[in-house]
Design a protein around this ligand. Structure first.
Ligand SMILES: NC(=O)c1ccc[n+]([C@@H]2O[C@H](COP(=O)([O-])OP(=O)(O)OC[C@H]3O[C@@H](n4cnc5c(N)ncnc54)[C@H](OP(=O)(O)O)[C@@H]3O)[C@@H](O)[C@H]2O)c1
Length: 309
């Protein structure tokens, strides 16, 4: 049923090929992984910055036919130029707000008109609403869910008819915050818990249609997410609040992500600290509860909203 990743773990090359992919150095997507994206039609939401932008650059290098969606068209135009000038296939760009029903549906219609099909979708667009529960309003939670949860749902539902026709793959950008909820970030954590639940629920359902689902749960990765405020406004000059040594470069993080996607993994946790947090949540949650109490009492959360102090 699963046709176009023959080297995936259960594919015809079997365990030895999978082991070869696993043993590749961390900074390398790997030739076999690269080959699996060649000529595939790929939609990336939130392609104008951070992880989405890096996904576009690495997938373009791997020979994918890209459809890049976001609200900031000028950023997409720059990225389109960069990819075209590199000699890769020119991507299709589209202005698309995932909070509008017409956004993802229109994007998929445009892709089909242009490329004739859709093989992989990355539901990547997202941002973070942070702050203490006592200060946040219902509107803050709704705004967070409208992008991070309903935006993902709109994207996947719009893509499903095409992805099931091509026996393709849906990739959802979750977070380690979808495993372990820290104080001062309840809207974001709730949204990522919700989409992890979505991924777990739909994975076996969509397998019946020949569609794979991969959930990517990153820890801290270099991007602009911590420079965007609770209204979704970018504060480009804001400092990265997370210590540098804890933030994985987006190039490296995206290579890990694409390797996992190429292998058709159900979920991948990115970054060492991310893996540690997930392990603690599963096997020693009391450690995280103590740390959370201390964090809440000292700073309120691991970061504050940019532009507020
Ligand atoms: N970086 C991390 O440490 C980290 C960790 C865990 C999970 N993640 C997840 O990774 C994903 C990508 O985030 P990032 O870190 O790359 O952040 P980023 O640099 O701020 O990029 C976010 C992207 O989402 C797009 N976006 C936001 N709202 C949108 C909307 N309503 N409609 C369409 N596009 C929208 C933005 O484009 P426009 O503003 O142009 O629309 C931008 O391209 C998110 O889902 C995030 O939760 C990131």
């Amino acid at each position: 049923m699963w046709r176009w990743f023959p080297g995936s773990y259960s594919g015809v090359y079997g365990r030895r090929a999978a082991a070869a992919i696993i043993s590749l150095p961390g900074d390398c997507m790997g030739t076999s992984a690269t080959q699996r994206f060649h000529d595939k039609v790929v939609l990336i939401t939130g392609a104008s910055s951070g992880i989405g932008e890096e996904l576009a650059l690495q997938l373009a290098r791997a020979g994918a036919r890209l459809a890049l969606a976001a609200r900031r068209t000028e950023r997409l135009e720059q990225l389109q130029r960069k990819i075209r000038d590199s000699g890769a296939i020119e991507p299709l760009i589209m202005t698309c707000d995932v909070t509008s029903d017409e956004g993802p549906a229109g994007a998929v219609a445009e892709i089909v008109a242009h490329w004739g099909r859709l093989d992989i979708v990355f539901a990547n667009a997202g941002f973070g609403v942070v702050g203490s529960f006592a200060k946040l309003t219902l509107a803050d939670y709704r705004r967070q869910f409208e992008t991070n949860v309903f935006g993902v749902l709109r994207t996947l539902q719009a893509a499903l008819p095409q992805i099931s026709r091509s026996h393709g793959q849906m990739v959802i950008l979750g977070s380690v915050a979808g495993w372990t909820a820290s104080p001062g970030a309840s809207p974001y954590a709730m949204s990522k818990f919700a989409i992890r639940a979505l991924a777990n629920s739909i994975t076996p359902e969509l397998a019946l249609l020949g569609v794979r689902v991969t959930l990517i749960s990153p820890g801290f990765v270099e991007s602009n997410i911590r420079r965007v405020d609770n209204q979704g406004k970018l504060h480009a000059d804001a400092a990265e609040p997370i210590p540098r040594w804890l933030v994985m470069s987006r190039r490296r993080a995206v290579r890990y992500m694409l390797r996992a996607v190429a292998r058709g993994k159900r979920e991948v946790i990115i970054t060492r600290h991310g893996k540690l947090f997930v392990w603690l949540e599963r096997f020693a949650p009391w450690v995280l509860r103590i740390a959370a109490r201390q964090l809440a009492a000292s700073r309120g959360g691991y970061r504050t909203e940019p532009g507020t102090g």
